[in-house]
Ligand binder design. Structure first.
Ligand code: NAP
Length: 525
């Protein structure tokens, strides 16, 4: 089976041998993809000139209706997405749900909150600004939908959610989407785009997909386009520094990798609810999607006096979880996406071991349940304990993209803040404590280097939404090595796909333009 590309309103087969998608449990070939021979420049022109104007004929509320119909079309094919997730990602029900149900939920969420914008061609930001004594001359800031294309270059680990969390705000803004999914798992994104196209909800040119290598894609993006990238920090650096992107000042949003932290407060002794809650959260984070989430906890900062007890508690839970073929209901932890990622995990683990003690797992020769180790791509979950704290290198710098976490002991608040900041910018940190002043001082110490901080005390307890769970109402992104991008956060996500400009002119002109704007009361609420 060769998956086709959808460009210029037509399904087109790429030429050449292309890349092969495999089942990470059996090693079987599933499909081929290729972008060779596809004219990416023309595809972008088609999106800009056909898709964009057609989308922008509608109001925000009408486009929100379209998102609702897209969510329904996707929900109708839910079981098929789980099947593909099992085959191409080795995803069990929980893993597939995190991606697929998360995708549909996010689409529904934007369908719902987008309706609040109602009529309008653009958005107004803030109140009119008097610029003359007589008030005849005034200023006003506006946000206009970009007249280019939203180009998505996505990571392999969220083929469904990665599409929807970006497409929902872009389409709601009136900006057409051109998605290039990561090659190893392009099938699921492809199938979702196919279902949306078949449902006939969007105008022609509003959605396109290119499967396979990005080839000369970045060479054809223009001033009006937005490139939204999710992936590793190395690829992010290449995209950011692409000569055409730099020369044209193309807006680029980067969601890159991140050494996320979870913090246990000194007040959370063994036996307390919060100690147990964080133990469960660390295990959940390590094992869900085999640790292949950008938000996964990589470092756990533990007060030195609780280090042994916490390590024992996490290791005991990990020991009770079987790793293997997701078709076997006993298996709770699935594979990483392919042999390449497996090797990369083993290499990363070897480096971590130079400065850590192994508390559990990480055995290269372990036997997965119901799977051939030669053909499959499993990594046994590994819990490590850092010997050097602040001075460690790999623990703070190296993202091992699999079921791997490291405990880092700390001695007091100053040490904790310094260690956490060594992540140099992360998507998320969690703080578990019943000491309000400890939580406050920790947030004040690390907030500027994080996109999101999850603070859990006993009153919140198990009601929290999860360290690694990205909810569309709150910001997703992070500074520094996390890429510096911002996504979601309710209607704020639309800012990426709009251009801010100020009009200074006769007060009538400002009032007239304001009349074309959607109600933006909910934009920053
Ligand atoms: P990756 O290797 O960096 O690839 C990401 C995407 O970039 C893929 O679609 C890839 O295409 C494409 N790409 C590679 N080289 C390119 C180039 N020179 N020009 C244009 N596109 C290029 O990342 P990955 O291995 O798929 O994903 C795992 C990483 O993503 C992890 O580090 C994880 O932390 C990060 N991630 C971050 C977030 C977040 O929101 N911050 C979310 C999920 C994942 P091909 O697949 O065809 O090479």
């Amino acid at each position: 089976m060769k998956l086709l590309n959808y460009v210029n309103g037509q399904w087109r087969e790429g030429t050449g041998p292309g890349e092969t998608l495999i089942d990470p449990v059996t090693g079987e070939e599933l499909a081929k993809i290729s972008s060779q021979g596809i004219d990416i420049e023309t595809a972008l022109v088609f999106a800009r000139t056909r898709g964009g104007p057609s989308l922008r004929q509608f109001t925000y509320a009408q486009r929100a209706e379209m998102l609702g119909k897209i969510a329904d079309a996707l929900a109708a094919n839910h079981d098929e997405y789980f099947r593909i997730s099992l085959l191409n990602l080795g995803a069990n029900q929980a893993d597939a749900s995190f991606d697929v149900d998360g995708a549909i939920y996010t689409m529904k969420y934007y369908a719902k909150i987008g309706r609040a914008l109602a009529e309008g061609k653009m958005l107004k930001e803030g109140a009119p600004i008097p610029l003359s004594k007589t008030n005849a001359f005034a200023g006003q800031h506006f946000l206009m939908p970009a007249k280019g294309a939203a180009v998505f270059i996505n990571a392999f680990n969220f083929p469904a959610w990665g599409l929807c969390e970006k497409a929902a705000p872009a389409l709601l803004s009136g900006v057409p989407v051109v998605v290039k999914p990561a090659s190893p798992t392009a099938w699921l994104t492809h199938r979702m785009v196919e279902d949306v196209v078949k449902a006939g909800i969007l105008p022609e040119g509003a959605i396109s997909i290119v499967c396979g290598s990005a080839r000369d894609l970045l060479g054809h993006v223009r001033e009006e386009d937005i490139v939204s990238f999710t992936g590793s920090a190395d690829t992010a650096a290449r995209i950011r520094s692409h000569v055409n992107v730099l020369r044209r000042s193309v807006r680029v949003n980067i969601e890159a990798d991140s050494i996320n932290s979870a913090i246990l407060g000194a007040d959370c002794s063994p036996g307390t609810d919060l100690f147990d809650l964080l133990t469960k959260e660390v295990v959940r984070e390590m094992t869900l999607k085999a640790g292949q989430k950008c938000t996964t906890i990589r470092r756990v900062m533990v007060p030195r006096q609780h280090l042994k007890a916490f390590g024992d508690a996490v290791a005991a839970r990990l020991a009770s979880m079987k790793v293997g073929n997701p078709r076997n209901s006993e298996a709770k932890v699935g594979p990483v996406v392919n042999k390449g990622q497996q090797s990369s995990c083993f290499e990363g683990l070897a480096k971590l071991k130079e400065e850590c003690e192994v508390l559990f797992g990480g055995d290269k020769d372990f036997q997965p349940l119901d799977a051939d180790p030669q053909k499959s791509a499993f990594v046994q979950p590994a819990l490590l304990s850092c010997k050097n704290g602040l001075d460690a290198k790999y623990v703070h710098d190296l993202e091992v993209f699999g079921p791997v976490a490291t405990l880092v002991p700390y001695e007091g608040l100053g040490d904790l803040i310094a260690i956490t900041r060594r992540g140099l910018g992360s998507l998320v940190a969690s703080v578990f404590s019943d000491d309000a002043s400890f939580i406050r001082e920790t947030i004040l110490g690390i907030g500027d280097l994080h996109g999101r901080i999850l603070a859990i005390n006993s009153a919140v307890g198990a009601q929290h939404t999860g360290h690694g769970n990205v909810v569309p109402s709150c910001l997703h992104g992070g500074p520094g090595r996390a890429g510096g991008g911002e996504e979601l956060a309710g209607l704020r996500a639309l800012l990426l796909y709009h251009r801010r400009f100020a009009v200074q002119g006769p007060v009538d002109c400002v009032t007239d333009l304001t009349g074309l704007c959607a109600d933006t009361a909910s934009l920053y609420s």
